[in-house]
Ligand binder design. Structure first.
Ligand SMILES: Cc1ncc(C[n+]2csc(CCOP(=O)(O)OP(=O)(O)O)c2C)c(N)n1
Ligand SMILES: [Mg+2]
Length: 800
């Protein structure tokens, strides 16, 4: 789109004041960057990455960021966050030092490295605030371009709020879908696949997503020639430009040092994006990095002299200064004064922030030093431990703990009047540090999924026997009916109601905005869900097959699973990810990579229902809660007959509560999902031979058996087997660790624990391929029989 420059030469007094206020802010931000780097080199902070060189464009972007808008960006955006008033310099330095007080660092309570921005969207109870009246930033993550998938969802929510009349009552979430989702990304990060996937998705969806590319021509040391075809992201995205025939994007470019041009471009970009819901890309070129990429190195190593000279000359603040003088807005001496003030202000805030950060640490330490003083009057060698602690420059919390523990070790078997107080001190700080560093992996609110109580399914004479898929369909129909915020989307979910017809006919009934198809783009399907859930909707995002979860596992792991943790309860995205797996055909449709999931998705709940009634109960539970979760349905269960509960929309299956499918006395077999049926088949043969098996379906892997049901079973049988379709050492190893170590069932074992799993390779195609790749009833019989035969060879002579 072409644009004309605004008429700044005839600036009014108010406009001039605004320009000077902007100038002051960019100067403060720059000073904060310069000081931040020094703090790292002085050893006061561990790492620093700053927004120098990107200040002026961010001021321009902030001007069009309104209440209700959302940001998904990256570590360069400090000036923007300062300009919208959602970060102060106190917050900025607090995060640099890793200050764990949530008031000092509201973005992450010291959990995220500096430059990772977030606003607190939840209140003390964990409920979403009136976000339509707030300026919102979703919580940044470090993987480059991984802010993009979520951005698609943040923008898509506006489309739903504008076009779905049944959402109009939710004025706390949106004002008629007027909100823009602003994205920022570095030029080099646009090389990532998920950038292109997100850009395409937002173009297809036609959503108000405004992406700014901060282009400084480098990604750390690697120049644009290695990053981008033609060296320019706007050149290669030109085909996305909308025209008379086709919908698409509006593309703008602007120079990162040209304040006037940037203000004009952002005003235009905002208008088309907000009013027409057209996605926009603003490619901001000619940006610089005055201090290089981060505190990890210096850019003199890889930038030429010419480039470095150019960067000095085209520094955006220097250029803004020239322009202000040229326009007659202010004088050189007045600007000198502003710069001086900015410098002094940033330094003052830095000093205050450092003091506040240390005070918290000192408080703990002071009490300990009193105890150590007392202890060393009784045991002279302890003086050394105390003096090491008191002489430590800029001590961390662990320095005091190390000293306290060293003292306790010294005092083993010795008397000391403060020994109990020392132990109490250690316990107190352990509790506090648990809260500081380890809390909020899951929701702690009253809507935590763990608090949703079970409501049993009700069956009567009129309950019909139906295909499993019809159980799900009835459950989803009720959910869509009950709550206008519920929506479902994914590949083939809309028109045909998913590949197994769990949503059959529901698009016709509830409309395309509630049940809809998407492109083949697993990563941004999940991102779409994350963004929608952040904005208060209740998405069910579908990944067609479990094997294709790998395309989305990074974003689930890096973004969704740790959202509550990394914001210490400041944000939540109760997304339900639905998928189906374990059993179909071949290498890519029969996988069960549960170990991968368990190891990467801590922070989400992972549910593995053995049939569709259990699955429906889990959907009902999750829709009452505010935790994100993954539900894996059994691929071979959609056509199996199940009784449809009369209360299909109301009954709930509680999380972490295994079900004993069959009682027995000789051996406990722990399993889940499709394996339940295979285990039961093998067990029927074992029973015939006189071996009594207790079969337990864990139902949920995360959380795992919260009431120790399995332990109680092992106490009775004294033998335990873990069976599933994952690789050896996958989810069976996890279950074994939970049962033997956490539940301490090892004490009751009379035989070695046993795992029965699939082979190490992916499952081969065809019925025999499946049989020889995955556990089968004969294997269950053989392995369990062998276990019992070893213990009682006379009673159970070997089979072979
Ligand atoms: C997925 C991933 N790969 C690598 C990195 C390491 N890394 C951090 S920043 C960066 C360069 C990013 O350059 P660009 O997107 O141009 O942003 P800039 O820092 O130049 O503003 C790299 C490679 C990362 N954080 N994430
Ligand atoms: Mg760059």
């Amino acid at each position: 789109m072409s644009y004309t420059k605004t008429d700044f030469p005839k600036v009014s007094a108010t406009k001039a004041a605004e320009v000077l206020a902007d100038y002051q802010l960019v100067c403060e931000s720059r000073e904060a960057s310069l000081l931040g780097r020094k703090e790292v080199f002085m050893g006061k902070a561990k790492f620093g990455i700053f927004g120098d060189g990107k200040e002026v464009a961010q001021i321009a972007m902030a001007k069009v960021f309104r209440n209700g808008d959302h940001r998904a960006g990256y570590y360069r955006d400090q000036t923007f966050m300062l300009a919208i008033g959602e970060m102060t310099l106190h917050h900025y330095f607090a995060q640099l030092y890793a200050h764990t007080d949530v008031h000092a660092d509201p973005a992450s309570a010291g959990r995220l490295m500096n430059g990772h921005f977030a606003t607190r969207m939840l209140d003390e109870r964990g409920e979403l605030k009136d976000i339509s009246q707030l300026k919102n930033s979703s919580a940044d993550i470090s993987p480059t371009a991984a802010q993009m998938p979520r951005l698609v969802g943040l923008a898509y929510a506006s489309k739903l709020f504008r076009n779905n009349a049944s959402l109009s009552a939710f004025t706390n979430l949106s004002t008629n879908g007027n909100e823009i989702a602003f994205g920022t990304i570095g030029n080099a990060s646009t090389s990532e696949g998920m950038f292109f996937e997100a850009i395409n998705a937002a173009g297809v969806l036609q959503v108000p997503m405004l992406v700014s590319v901060w282009d400084d021509e480098y990604g750390i040391s690697v120049p644009k020639e290695y990053q981008t075809t033609k060296g320019s992201i706007s050149k290669i995205l030109a085909g996305f430009q909308r025209d008379k025939e086709d919908k698409g994007y509006e593309l703008f470019t602007a120079k990162g040092w040209d304040y006037e041009e940037l203000c004009t471009v952002y005003a235009k970009a905002e208008k088309v994006c907000r009013e027409e819901h057209v996605p926009v890309i603003v490619h901001v070129v000619e940006m610089t990095q005055p201090q290089g990429h981060s505190t990890s190195g210096s850019h003199e190593r890889y930038k030429s002299k010419d480039r470095l000279n150019w960067e000095t000359q085209f520094d955006c603040i220097a250029k803004m200064r020239e322009w202000i003088i040229e326009q007659g807005i202010s004088s050189s001496s007045e600007l000198d004064e502003i710069e001086k003030k900015a410098k002094a202000y940033a330094k003052k805030i830095k000093d205050e922030s450092w003091k506040a950060f240390n005070e918290g640490i000192q408080e703990d330490q002071t009490r300990l030093v009193q105890l150590l003083e007392q202890a060393s009057t009784e045991h002279a060698p302890l003086t050394e431990i105390m003096s090491v602690l008191t002489k430590t420059i800029n001590p961390a919390r662990y320095d005091a703990i190390k000293a306290a523990k060293a003292t306790m070790r010294f005092l083993i078997g010795k008397q000391c009047t403060v020994k109990t107080q020392l132990a109490e001190w250690l316990e107190k700080v352990a509790t506090e540090n648990e809260d500081r560093y380890n809390s909020h992996l899951h929701s702690t609110s009253e809507w935590s999924a763990l608090r949703v109580e079970g409501i049993a399914p009700i069956y009567s004479e009129k309950s019909s026997l139906v295909d499993g898929r019809e159980v799900l369909r009835a459950c989803f129909a009720e959910a869509l009916e009950r709550d206008p915020r519920v929506l479902a989307f994914g590949e083939d979910v809309g028109k045909i109601g998913d590949v197994n017809q769990g949503f059959a006919g529901l698009q016709e009934k509830f409309g395309e905005l509630r049940v809809t198809d998407t492109g083949i783009r697993e990563c941004t399907i999940v991102g779409q869900g994350i963004g929608l859930a952040l904005r208060g909707l209740r998405p069910i995002a579908e990944i067609q097959y479990l094997d294709y979860l790998l395309y989305a596992i990074q974003i689930l792991s890096d973004d969704l699973a740790n959202l509550q943790y990394r914001t210490k309860g400041g944000q939540k995205a109760p997304l339900i990810v639905r998928t189906r797996g374990h059993r179909l055909e071949g290498v890519w449709h029969a996988g069960s990579p549960m170990g991968m999931i368990l190891n990467s998705l801590r922070g989400m709940y992972v549910l593995v229902p053995r049939n569709m009634v259990q699955a429906a109960g889990f959907y009902n539970t999750l829709l009452k809660s505010d935790d994100p979760a993954l539900i894996i349905e059994c691929l071979n269960g959609y056509r199996l007959k199940e009784k449809l509960p009369d209360n299909i929309g109301e009954f709930t299956v509680p999380l972490g509560v295994p079900e004993v499918l069959k009682e027995g006395t000789d051996v406990t077999i722990v399993t889940y999902g499709s394996m339940c049926r295979i285990v039961l088949e093998g067990v029927a043969e074992l029973e015939e031979k006189g071996i009594s098996c207790e079969v337990i379906d864990v139902q949920t892997l995360l959380p795992f058996d919260v009431n120790n049901t399995i332990l109680e079973s092992v106490k009775k049988t004294n033998r335990v087997v873990f069976a599933d379709e994952d690789v050896p050492g996958g989810a069976t190893a996890f279950m074994m660790q939970q049962v033997l170590e956490v539940q301490k069932a090892y004490r009751y074992l009379d035989s070695a624990p046993l795992t029965i799993t699939a082979k190490e390779h992916r499952p081969a195609y065809g019925s025999d391929g499946d049989y020889f790749s995955k556990p089968n009833p004969e294997e269950i019989f053989d392995r369990v029989y062998e276990l019992v035969s070893e213990a009682f060879p006379n009673k159970f002579p070997p089979v072979y």
